[in-house]
Design a protein around this ligand. Structure first.
Ligand code: SAH
Length: 468
């Protein structure tokens, strides 16, 4: 795997200062997955090229048990494209070998750090999942001129067709540190390898190296999703941070994940059917004072305000950003005073007892429990069924059995990156029956969405009625 960076601005050998690598030397670095070598095929006043040659050692990686445990077939561990293509390993190598430049430091010539240089990057083999369109959609908005050449799968067998591998040249005039940050983030995004191994601090890295350009990038969602993809634990970490720091950046991730779930489910506009079923249960119960717990952007709240039978409506969520969006969606600042008094948005967590939640006729918990960590479900159960204790509780959650019906969802996947679990009908009903016994609620179950004879409906609903 070869990455070259060339500049033609004299004195071009300044590139050596910026990269902290002397043009006259060939240096090697031992990385946990192989070796990186840096050398300069050309270093003159007019043109200077630094080459980073990455020698990934798949055997060593298996021996060292690098990467996710147990989810690779044995052969795939040894025979794969990793040694030959630009992947997250190249990003790791950039950070290790060019870390000073990536971090925007230059001891000897600090004036070079922010200087725009004419730069050309060549990547010998770049896997572009989604083809040239994706390649362009990632780099063009950042001002790169792109030249790419796609390789056939095998020159001897042309009918095998094209491969996802490209030789790519990118040209732009900009500070080197920016170029390195773009490569660091976007190479693994293009590769989109579901097996790529990333450390626990990947969210931090994305936010750090995406600073200043990712938030405004038109493909922001796709970049974020692909970068953190297949690592639900990272999404979990991101959400945990959101809860503790309420960092707006993390909310961006959440939005992206929401969109992903919507894409999976949209074919049957499941969301509308879910809201319709919740509303009809509430209406027929005669409840007037309603809590919407984990209200998100306020889709249900918007329907509730339209109906005068609901005299007091409270939406609660742990995410400030979701509440802001709900407030916007509900046009709270423009509601007439009478309406305005009926609805309130409150910030809070379902993990903690909250007196503001007491004394309501009904509570809805729509597509929320699957976002809670299983060990913390017990806290939620007590907060809602023991302390808040509304007369009626409506809980909806995905039915995992139904996932096989969606072509866009890879086998075994959950519908949303932040889902900690998705239950079968049996699992949900056992959980709900346990709650009924412990807290004195009767429970009935309703399917939501088109029901399949074998796997049931996409969403499952439990309606709990307080017995005493
Ligand atoms: N009920 C909404 C949103 C579902 S998404 C709808 O159907 O559209 C799940 C929501 O639960 C998110 O808005 C998330 O911020 C919220 N949430 C997650 N953990 C929470 C907690 N501990 N307390 C309160 N809300 C929480």
């Amino acid at each position: 795997m070869l990455l070259t960076i060339t500049t033609t601005r004299p004195p071009a050998t300044d590139l050596g200062y910026l990269l902290h690598k002397h043009p006259d030397k060939c240096q090697s670095f031992d990385l946990s997955f192989g070796y990186a070598h840096v050398f300069y095929p050309e270093a003159t006043n007019r043109c200077c090229t630094a080459a980073l040659l990455l020698d990934v050692d798949p055997i060593g990686m298996v021996r060292n048990r690098r990467g996710p445990k147990g989810d690779r077939g044995t052969l795939d561990q040894y025979v794969n494209d990793r040694p030959y293509v630009a992947s997250s390993f190249l990003s790791v190598a950039i950070a290790r070998v060019y870390g000073t430049a990536l971090g925007g430091r230059c001891k000897d010539r600090p004036e070079l750090i922010n200087r725009s240089l004419p730069l050309e990057v060549r990547i010998a083999v770049l896997p572009c999942r989604g083809g040239e369109t994706v390649l362009r959609s990632l780099f063009e908005p950042l001002g790169y001129e792109i030249e790419s050449h796609r390789h056939t799968l095998d020159a001897k067998f042309s009918d095998w067709g094209e491969s996802p591998y490209y030789t790519v040249a990118l040209r732009a005039t900009r500070p080197l540190k920016e170029l390195l940050a773009h490569l660091y983030v976007l190479i693994p995004v293009l590769d989109n390898d579901k097996h790529y191994w990333v450390g626990d601090d990947e969210v931090e890295k994305l936010l750090r190296f995406g600073a200043g350009w990712l938030a405004g990038h038109p493909a922001r969602e796709q970049i974020t999703q692909r970068y953190l993809k297949h690592q639900p634990s990272l999404a979990r970490q991101a959400i945990a941070r959101m809860i503790s720091e309420e960092s707006p950046d993390i909310d961006i991730l959440d939005e992206a994940f929401d969109r992903q779930e919507e894409t999976v489910e949209e074919t049957i506009s499941l969301n509308e059917q879910r809201l319709g079923t919740v509303l009809s249960v509430l209406e027929s119960s005669g409840a007037g004072r309603i809590l919407d717990l984990g209200c998100g952007e306020g889709k249900l709240l918007r329907e509730l305000v339209k109906d005068k039978r609901f005299t007091e409506i409270v939406g609660l969520d742990v995410s400030h950003r979701a509440l802001e969006r709900a407030s916007h969606r509900l046009k709270l600042d423009r509601l007439p005073a009478v309406q305005r008094e009926r609805i309130k948005l409150v910030h809070g967590s379902l993990m903690y007892r909250d007196r503001r939640l007491e004394g309501f006729d009904a509570a809805t918990v729509v597509e929320v429990i699957e976002h809670l960590d299983p060990p913390r479900l017990a806290s939620f159960e007590r907060v809602l069924f023991e302390f808040a204790r509304p007369g009626l509780v409506v809980v909806t959650t995905p039915n995992r059995e139904y996932n096989v019906m969606w072509e866009t969802l890879p086998a075994g996947s959950l519908r949303h990156q932040d889902h900690r679990f998705e239950w079968t009908r049996d699992e949900f009903q056992t959980w709900a029956a346990g709650i009924g016994d412990r807290f004195g609620y009767g429970v009935r179950f309703l399917p939501v969405g088109r029901e399949d004879a074998t796997v049931g409906s996409p969403t499952q609903m439990g309606v709990f009625s307080r017995v005493v």
